[in-house]
Design a protein around this ligand. Structure first.
Ligand SMILES: [Ca+2]
Ligand SMILES: [Ca+2]
Ligand SMILES: [Ca+2]
Length: 412
C-alpha cells in the first residue's frame, strides 16, 4: 500500500427523514470555469494510453488506486514537477470543508462529522470532455454518458464528431468550455466519480461492460442508467456529496456568531438575496469573483438566450469555504443521506431560478436519471492525510515514492 493511501474516509452523515418530492422549474443551463480552463491547455491533447482496462483489485491493491491517490494529493498540495503523473488529464480545484462535528442548521441540514473536500467550481464542459474522450475514445456513448442536447441545444456545451480520431471525438463548443456541464444525470456524475476513482486515466478502447472504468469503483452502477442509485463505496476516493456535505459547503460559516459558527441563507455568505448577474457576449458573469451576486432569474443573457449558464467563478463571491456558484448557475446533484435509493437531491438553484430556489430553504429530490439544461454537479473527496511515518519527508520524496509504487504496480 502506497504512502498516499492513508486517505481519511469521508463518511456520510445521518439526517432527518421527511424529504419532499418537488418539481423543478426546468429551463436551461450550462457554464465552465476560468481557473480550471486556464490551467488546461486547449491543445494538443495528451496521448492516449493504449492499454486495456482491467478491473481494479481493491483498495490499495492496484495501479488505479495509486494513480487516483497521486491525483488527489497533488491536487490538494499543489506539488509541482508532476510531469511523471499518470495520464489523468483533468485538473480539479478543491476547497477543504473543515470544522467537523458542526451542528445542523434550523432546516435540519448541514451537520457533518468529518472534514472533506469539495470542488471549488461546478464540473465544467471541458472537464466532462476529458471524461468522455478518456472512457469513450471510440464514441460509442456507453450508458448514455453523452446527451445529444449537449451538442444541439444553444445552452449545451459539448459537440460529438464521429469522424474525429479516436480519443478526440468530443469537444467543448465555442465559449462553453468553462461553463458548467448540463444535461447530466446523477448516474453520469457517479460515472465521473468512478473514472477518477480508477485513476482518471485515458483508455485505448471504450469498455461499455459493467466492469468498465466508468461503471465500478466509487459507485457500483454497472450498466444502469435509471432506477435505484447505489450508495457509494466505503473506499470511494471521489463521490457525489451528501446533502449535508453540500449544504455545509454552501451555507455554513465557522466564523459566524462570534466564532460559534452558523449558517447563511445564500451560498455567497449572505442573508440578503444576491444581485442578479449579467453576462458578457462570451458568457462570463459580470460580477467577477467577489460580491453578493449570482447567476439566476435569467439575468445572464448571451448567445441569443434569455438566461444561460455562465463561466464558473465569475458570478460573484464564494461560500465561507471558498466554493463558487453554490447559489445559481446550475443545480447540483447530491446523494441525500448517502444510502441507496430511487431518488437523489438537487440544491442551489440555477440560471433559471427564482430567488427562493437559490437559498438554503430550497431542496428537491428527483429521479437520478433526469437530465436537463439546468442540472449539473460537483464532486467531493476525502481529505488526503499522509501516514504518520511520512510527515517528516519532503514533498518531492513523497512524490517519487508514490510514483515508484505506481510504476511497480503497473509493471506487474
Ligand atoms: Ca447521461
Ligand atoms: Ca434575461
Ligand atoms: Ca450551482
Amino acid at each position: 500500500m502506497g504512502m498516499f493511501s492513508a486517505l481519511r474516509q469521508g463518511s456520510t452523515t445521518g439526517q432527518r427523514a421527511g424529504m419532499q418530492e418537488g418539481t423543478l422549474m426546468l429551463e436551461s443551463a450550462e457554464s465552465c470555469g476560468k481557473r480550471i480552463c486556464a490551467a488546461k491547455p486547449a491543445a494538443p491533447r495528451p496521448p492516449a494510453v493504449l492499454r486495456p482496462w482491467r478491473p481494479r483489485r481493491g483498495f490499495g491493491g492496484g495501479p488505479a488506486v495509486a494513480a487516483a491517490v497521486l491525483l488527489g494529493v497533488f491536487g490538494v498540495l499543489g506539488v509541482s514537477g508532476v510531469a511523471a503523473r499518470p495520464a489523468a488529464a483533468v485538473t480539479i480545484d478543491w476547497v477543504t470543508v473543515g470544522d467537523p462535528g458542526n451542528a445542523a442548521d434550523d432546516t435540519g441540514y448541514g451537520a457533518v462529522s468529518e472534514a472533506f473536500r469539495i470542488m471549488e467550481f461546478e464540473w465544467t464542459n471541458s472537464q466532462y470532455v476529458e471524461f468522455l474522450n478518456a472512457v469513450d475514445p471510440d464514441g460509442t456513448n456507453p450508458q448514455g454518458i453523452y446527451n445529444s442536447s449537449m451538442g444541439s441545444n444553444a445552452r449545451g456545451g459539448i459537440s460529438f464528431t464521429s469522424g474525429s480520431p479516436a480519443g478526440s471525438k468530443y469537444a467543448a463548443r465555442s465559449n462553453m468550455g468553462s461553463k458548467p456541464v448540463n444535461y447530466v444525470s446523477w448516474f453520469d456524475a457517479a460515472r465521473v466519480a468512478n473514472w477518477l476513482h480508477n485513476g482518471g486515466l485515458t483508455y485505448g478502447a471504450t469498455d461499455s461492460t459493467a466492469s468498465g472504468p466508468q461503471n465500478i469503483g466509487a459507485y457500483a452502477v454497472g450498466t444502469a442508467t435509471s432506477g435505484v442509485a447505489p450508495g457509494r463505496s466505503l473506499d470511494a476516493l471521489y463521490y457525489v456529496p451528501t446533502e449535508n456535505q453540500w449544504y455545509k459547503a454552501a451555507y455554513y460559516d465557522p466564523t459566524a456568531n462570534g466564532g460559534a459558527g452558523g449558517y447563511w441563507n445564500y451560498g455567497t455568505g449572505s442573508d440578503t438575496a444576491p444581485s442578479v448577474v449579467s453576462a458578457t457576449s462570451t458568457g462570463d458573469g459580470t460580477a467577477g469573483s467577489s460580491g453578493n451576486s449570482a447567476n439566476y432569474i435569467r439575468g445572464a443573457d448571451w448567445n441569443g438566450q434569455d438566461g444561460n449558464v455562465t463561466t464558473v467563478g465569475t458570478n460573484g463571491g464564494t461560500s465561507a469555504y471558498g466554493a463558487f456558484d453554490m447559489s445559481g448557475n446550475v443545480f447540483e446533484w447530491n446523494d441525500l443521506t448517502g444510502a441507496s435509493g430511487s431518488s437523489r437531491g438537487l440544491r442551489g438553484g440555477a440560471w433559471t431560478s427564482i430567488g427562493f430556489n437559490v437559498s438554503s430553504a430550497y431542496r428537491i429530490t428527483f429521479a437520478p436519471s433526469n437530465e436537463f439544461h439546468e442540472l449539473g454537479f460537483r464532486l467531493a473527496s476525502p481529505v488526503p492525510v499522509p501516514e504518520p511515518s511520512t510527515w517528516g519527508m519532503g514533498l518531492a520524496g513523497i512524490a517519487c515514492a508514490g510514483w515508484g509504487a505506481y510504476q511497480r504496480r503497473r509493471a506487474r
